[in-house]
Design a protein around this ligand. Structure first.
Ligand code: MUC
Ligand code: MG
Length: 383
């Protein structure tokens, strides 16, 4: 039997959803998220949703909510209208032919396409991505209030609630000495109860990283994410060689394409890849990067761009198909937002996110909330 349904319509909208508290990173602080939500219709009437979220407009990388919507409306949607909805690889190739880069935008469209098509078949998206291997993943929380006492309070509460026992700290905005003091205080407060990660978001140069990371490790940090600029593979390589036995070095901004993954693997520059559907350009390309990791004996981590439950569930679908050499995930975006746009969140049980089983990406949109947060409706402007 062949199932052929063409792509009829694609629409993108920007939402603005406040966060429960300011979220501070090396490059700035955010108090709202502005995800781009894509809805795609197939000729059989099936519809799917996708999402791409950035952090702080175009501060995390080149793409912003506005550029994502512009790329989808102006180039990606026209490239796909009338095309076979089940030919995912061809859809990706057409998007590449019509539009260079813009991977966040492409990922939102690809998620919506796979959501719509798998709903047509009555299957969870993971069935089209190789089948489910993992049922749940340890779920990290990011401590990023900027205040030690608030961070500790937040961590204690989440431990008591059995929601999180992996905590990631965003550092690099203050001096390295201040960061070491902050991380050490948190580590003392959580000793023996939690695992600690730091994410420098590219803020340090190689010599700062070589000097201060050992102090972070002495304090109890076991996973170090993107300590240096994305291009600084030499520094990542040195850090992996010198610190790799005591803590793992994780690439985030450096590892976007499968070619980046190959280059890092050849250089032996990181022991873990943070996988993010948006930066890789979709669910299928996330699998390609994960395949390079597996082939090179590199572990994976389920990263986030602080998406709503739409993007988080889509990520959960692909993460659930991967192998078991991982450091858990951080799909906590829905918990950081004051509200969500789905009827039911993915449950967290005993510190683990339960990866969804329903049709498509496994969560259902709440149309009233979608309207409520729509930027066009609220008349808001860019971040
Ligand atoms: C990043 O670079 O990993 C993920 C969690 C968080 O707090 O910020 C993001 C971005
Ligand atoms: Mg990161």
């Amino acid at each position: 039997m062949t199932v052929s349904h063409s792509i009829e319509r694609i629409e993108a909208r920007i939402l603005d959803i406040p966060t429960i508290r300011p979220h501070k990173l090396s490059f700035g602080a955010i108090s709202r998220q502005s995800p781009v939500i894509v809805q795609l219709w197939l000729s059989n009437g099936a519809t799917g949703f996708g999402e791409a979220a950035t952090i702080g407009g175009p501060s995390w990388n080149e793409e912003s909510p506005e550029s994502i919507k512009h790329a989808i409306d102006g180039y990606l949607a026209p490239a796909l209208i009338g095309q076979d909805g089940g030919a995912f690889g061809s859809a990706l190739a057409r998007m590449d032919a019509f539009c260079k880069g813009n991977y966040f935008a492409k990922s939102a469209v690809e998620i919506a396409l796979i959501d719509a098509y798998s709903r047509t078949l009555g299957l969870p998206a993971y069935q089209l991505l190789g089948g489910k291997r993992i049922k749940s993943l340890p779920l990290a929380w990011t401590l990023a209030s900027g205040d030690v006492n608030k961070d500790l309070e937040e961590a204690q509460l989440r431990l008591e609630q059995k929601r999180h026992r992996i905590f990631k700290m965003k550092i690099g905005a203050r001096t390295p000495e201040q960061d070491v003091a902050h991380v050490s205080q948190i580590a003392r407060g959580l000793q023996g109860k939690a695992t600690l990660t730091v994410d420098v978001n590219q803020a340090w140069d190689g010599s700062t990283a070589r000097r201060f990371l050992p102090q972070m490790i002495d304090a109890g940090v076991t996973l170090i994410e993107q300590p240096v600029a994305k291009w600084n593979v030499e520094a990542l390589k040195t850090l992996s060689a010198t610190l790799g036995d005591r803590a793992s070095i994780m690439a985030d901004e450096t590892v976007c394409s499968p070619q980046d993954a190959m280059m890092l693997a050849r250089a032996q520059a990181s022991q873990v890849f943070s996988l993010k559907v948006a930066k890789h350009g979709g669910l299928l390309r996330t699998k390609e990067v994960a395949a390079v990791a597996e082939a090179a004996d590199i572990a994976w981590y389920g990263g986030t761009m602080l998406e709503t439950s739409i993007g988080s569930a889509a990520s959960a679908q692909v993460f659930s198909t991967l192998g078991n050499k991982h450091h858990g995930c951080e799909l906590f975006g829905p918990q950081l937002l004051v509200d969500d746009i789905v009827t039911e969140l993915m449950p967290i049980v005993d510190f683990e996110l339960q990866l969804p089983d329903g049709p498509g990406i496994g969560v259902e949109i709440d149309p009233i909330k979608l309207e409520r947060f729509d930027r066009a409706r609220a008349g808001l402007t860019a971040t």
